[in-house]
Every structure is written in structure tokens, then in C-alpha cells.
Design a binder for this molecule. Structure first.
Ligand code: ADP
Ligand code: MG
Length: 273
């Protein structure tokens, strides 16, 4: 069981502040969802946590300073499924998933029977068993997403970071991923997922962190945090909470929202992030 505590995280690139004093607690055994407009800093936060970007502030993993762990130690305990993975390589899917075992085996060691078993179980959990023998470069976006998830599961992390894990997935597959996040949390994993769909966040998160312009603007239980008013202010859309089918839902409309806070970057455009 692992938990992660981020305090005062700051990131600047070329003099531009991207994260500005972010505090987040990600408890073991729960699904924490980060939401926020494009460019809010969600991916940057996740990338800092796996050591892909330097940052100020502190990150504690089970009370120990994450900055003191080697990359390998960190990779044994935390895994990230990135939002946009690099160009697909021509490689068998099973081998891609086995990459998740790298931090756990001796430096020049071959895959053991146990590695193969863990990779097989990870593929199954990610709903990708039938892809094991395929060439990764020939997969669809949704299939690749499942394989990346399987690779992260093969890492057997205590903390699982998911950057828009429902991207490229049809609605049934999106619900499968959210259900898997719930199951993993039930196993004690600390799950931190950036999501765009506010209704997924409302329904599937134990706690939600709302980011805007590199800062946390609200955090807490989704039903309390994701009010129509907050969504309207943060996203600049009209938003209303309604009750349907026994669930709270957010209904949004482009017109009539509060004044939208501009993104920091001058490259703000629709469809980014
Ligand atoms: P989100 O995932 O919430 O959409 P990101 O974390 O990807 O946001 O980006 C936050 C902001 O930081 C954006 O304005 C983005 O353009 C900027 N940014 C991210 N990485 C870099 C970088 N390496 N250099 C310059 N700007 C960056
Ligand atoms: Mg992002």
C-alpha cells in the first residue's frame, strides 16, 4: 500500500510557470481524479511524479522523499500511462508489456516464467489478451491504450498514474478502464487519473482535484467539488447539476458560462491537450 503527497510543486520551463505550488494527496486504496481545462498542468503533474521533469517542492511516497529514489526504485513503485505515447514501434505486444517488468529484474536478466505470468495477467486485466502476439505498430489507438495499460500493470506499482486513460476508447471500453481503476484501488493501489469527462469524474472518483492555470483550485469529494458553479467558472461554460437514473450528472452548454480564464500559453487553441 502506497500513498503519495505532493507539496508546493513548482515547474517552470523557459521562464514560464507551468505548475505553481501544487498540493495533492493521493491516498492508497482510492481513485483520485484530476480534472481541468487543456493546459491546466495535469500531464505536467503526472510527468513530474515519474521523474520525467524536474520540479520544485516535495513529493513524499509513504513518508519518504521521492527525489531520493533512483529511477529504477521509483519505477518499481509507480507507473504512468501517458496521454500521447510516442510513435508506435514494430514490436510484439507481449514484449511491450514485458517492458513493465524491467525495473523488477536483474539488469541484464532475461524474462523469467514469473515475468511472463505477470505480463499475461496484466494483458488479461487490461482486456488485451487476444493482442499478445500482434505487432504493436499495427494496433488501433484504443488497442494501443489497452497495451500501455497492461505494461503499467505489469510494473505492479503501488501508485498508478493514468493520463486520460479513456482517450481513444469507445464508451464500453471507457467504463471498463474506470472499473479497472476501481478494482485496483480495491487492491490497495493509489490511483491518480487525469480525466476530461467530468461525469466520469463525478461518478467514478473517490476524490477530485480541479486544476486551472497550473494551480489546484478545488479538491475533495466529487459530489461536493464539481458543482455547476465551479465547472462554469473553471471551464467557461454554462453548467448545471441534474439528477438522472439515480445519479448526479453535469449538463453543460457552451453559451452562458462564466468568463473563461485564459490559458497562460499563447498557443491556446481548441482541441489541444
Ligand atoms: P494539461 O495536461 O492539463 O492539458 P499540460 O501539463 O500538458 O496541461 O501543460 C500545461 C501547460 O504547460 C501548457 O500551457 C503547455 O503548453 C505547457 N507546457 C508543458 N510542457 C511544456 C514544455 N516542455 N515547454 C513549454 N511549455 C510546456
Ligand atoms: Mg494533458
Amino acid at each position: 500500500m502506497s500513498s503519495l503527497t505532493v507539496a508546493g510543486m513548482r515547474v517552470s520551463v523557459d521562464g514560464v510557470t507551468i505548475l505553481d505550488g501544487v498540493d495533492v494527496h493521493v491516498p492508497a486504496g482510492a481513485v483520485t481524479v484530476v480534472v481541468g481545462p487543456n493546459g491546466a498542468g495535469k500531464s505536467t503533474l503526472l510527468r513530474v511524479l515519474v521523474g520525467a521533469l524536474p520540479a520544485g517542492g516535495s513529493v513524499m511516497l509513504d513518508g519518504a522523499d521521492l527525489g531520493r529514489l533512483t529511477r529504477r526504485e521509483r519505477a518499481r513503485r509507480m507507473a504512468l500511462v501517458e496521454q500521447d505515447s510516442s510513435a508506435p514501434v514494430s514490436r510484439q505486444v507481449l514484449d511491450v508489456v514485458l517492458l513493465g517488468r524491467t525495473p523488477h529484474r536483474p539488469r541484464w536478466g532475461a524474462d523469467s516464467a514469473s515475468d511472463l505470468e505477470i505480463a499475461g495477467a496484466a494483458l488479461e486485466r487490461a482486456g488485451a489478451s487476444e493482442l499478445a502476439a500482434r505487432d504493436f505498430s499495427t494496433l488501433s489507438g484504443g488497442e494501443r491504450q489497452r497495451v500501455h495499460l497492461a505494461r503499467a500493470l505489469a510494473q505492479q506499482p503501488g501508485v498508478l498514474l493514468l493520463d486520460e486513460p479513456t482517450n481513444h476508447l469507445d464508451v464500453a471500453a471507457q467504463l471498463d478502464v474506470l472499473a479497472l481503476a476501481r478494482t485496483l484501488a480495491g487492491d490497495g493501489v493509489a490511483v491518480l487519473a487525469a480525466l476530461h469527462d467530468l461525469n466520469h469524474a463525478l461518478r467514478h472518483a473517490d476524490q477530485v482535484v480541479v486544476m486551472s492555470c497550473g494551480a489546484v483550485v478545488a479538491a475533495g469529494r466529487p459530489a461536493e467539488v464539481l458543482s455547476g458553479e465551479l465547472v462554469s467558472t473553471v471551464y467557461g461554460v454554462a453548467a448545471e447539476r441534474v439528477r438522472a437514473g439515480g445519479h448526479d450528472l453535469l449538463v453543460m452548454d457552451r453559451r452562458g458560462g462564466a468568463e473563461h480564464e485564459p490559458e497562460r500559453s499563447t498557443s491556446a487553441s481548441l482541441g489541444r491537450g
